[in-house]
Design a protein around this ligand. Structure first.
Ligand code: ZN
Length: 296
């Protein structure tokens, strides 16, 4: 099944629900970053909540979400947009921590610290809002973020199931938000449903679609609004890295070519590597020098 997200309104339009299956994109991230089980679970949950948050925006707007915790995972970053694309990286991809029960210990891997959400709405300056990490289990942390930093009472459920050969058998989640006009009765009704729900990763592993997850959360009364395909996607290119090299300046580049035959750059998000030969770097230096205003 391909990854996608569904958006719906429920409870007379007073609750907004997003649900997503992200199994494929979490698997893609696992392959790219060689993730061990606890890193895969933590990062997969972050990618899931991030790609759903991206769907709350529009056009070419972009979100960068950083989880800065002091645990062995050493932080993680996700970048997402309104088109269902997400990419990211983890400080330490090789974390394997379990509770005694055998369940992956994501909270300890993440540790204490902060979540920072930077919005680039492409209209004015970027702005960042932050909140404290609660349990490090990601779902709780983002529910707290929405409720405290954005003043939208929210519930977040995200889960990733890593099977014994390290592959991802299920990934997905939901974000549910109370809109103005939502009553206390509806909120406690939903809280009851969530408290009695099976883990989201189990549901997806059993074949629950995003639509079916929305039905679980919304009961009888809901309206499906739209669906969107989701993917792990990086838009890097040799040209982008070339601009980065130019930004280093001519002196730095002269130093680099004096030390190395070829300059290798690699992308944090997708591990693509781009090589620049001595000839190419020399051409860049000439380009920079020719643009310099002559000193009087
Ligand atoms: Zn890339």
């Amino acid at each position: 099944m391909k990854d996608y997200l569904v958006k719906a309104y429920a409870y007379n339009g007073t609750v907004r629900i997003y649900a997503a299956n992200t199994t494929q994109l979490v698997n893609e991230a696992r392959k790219i970053h060689d993730l061990w089980p606890t890193s895969a679970a933590a990062f997969g949950r972050l990618l899931t909540v991030s790609v759903i948050m991206g769907a709350m925006y529009k056009g070419n707007q972009e979100l960068t979400i950083r989880v800065e915790g002091d645990g062995p995972l050493d932080g993680m970053v996700a970048v997402t947009n309104a088109n269902g694309q997400v990419k990211g990286y983890v400080g330490n991809p090789h974390v394997f921590l379990q509770y005694n029960s055998g369940k992956l210990n994501v909270g300890q891997a993440v540790g204490n610290g902060f979540i920072h959400v930077t919005k680039d709405l492409k209209v004015r300056d970027m702005f960042t809002s932050s909140s404290k990490i609660q349990t490090g289990e990601i779902g709780d942390d983002f529910a707290y973020y929405f409720t405290v930093s954005e003043q939208i009472p929210s519930a977040v459920g995200v889960g990733v199931l890593v099977n014994p050969n390290n592959l991802i058998s299920a990934g997905g989640g939901f974000i549910l938000q109370a809109m103005p006009g939502c009553t206390e009765e509806v909120i406690s009704y939903i809280e009851d449903i969530i408290a009695n729900m099976r883990p989201i990763s189990d549901l997806i592993n059993d074949g629950y679609t995003p639509e079916k997850i929305i039905q679980l959360l919304a009961g009888e009364d809901y309206e499906m609004l739209e669906t969107q395909d989701l993917s792990y996607y990086c838009d890097c290119s040799k040209d982008k890295f070339q601009r980065g090299l130019i930004a280093l300046g001519a002196d730095e580049l002269r130093q680099l070519v004096s030390e190395e035959e070829t300059i290798k750059t690699s992308c944090h998000f997708c591990n693509s590597t781009y090589s620049f030969s001595k000839k190419e770097i020399t051409a860049l230096i000439e380009k920079i020098d020719s643009k310099r205003t002559p000193k009087l």
